[in-house]
Design a protein around this ligand. Structure first.
Ligand SMILES: [Zn+2]
Length: 98
């Protein structure tokens, strides 16, 4: 049984190792914005999006939608997109990282 600290370190490791831009980019079309912050945007899959409202920060590894207000990190995306619980999302991400 892993301690909570070890589990947190594992999550942090996955969060660092896996590019959120790549993960989201596999599902929706992301375009790099002109912003120096290294952001990408695309059509949000969580609401009826007509103009790209979903923003992904490459460095911060987070996403945010200006249309419907959803946002989060790698695990938040995975839970929402694949309709998983948090532990399921962690397992899903783990499989991707192999
Ligand atoms: Zn949205």
């Amino acid at each position: 049984m892993k301690t909570l600290k070890q589990q947190m370190a594992t999550l942090e490791g996955l969060r660092r190792k896996i590019s959120l831009v790549q993960v989201i980019g596999q599902r929706i079309d992301l375009k790099k914005t002109a912003s120096a912050l290294g952001t990408y945007k695309g059509l949000c899959p969580f609401h009826d999006d007509k103009t790209p409202s979903l923003l992904v920060h490459r460095k911060k590894q987070i996403f945010h939608c200006f249309g419907c207000g959803v946002g989060g990190d790698l695990f938040g995306w995975t839970m929402r997109y694949h309709r998983l619980t948090f532990p399921e999302a962690v397992a899903w991400v783990r499989r991707q990282s192999r």
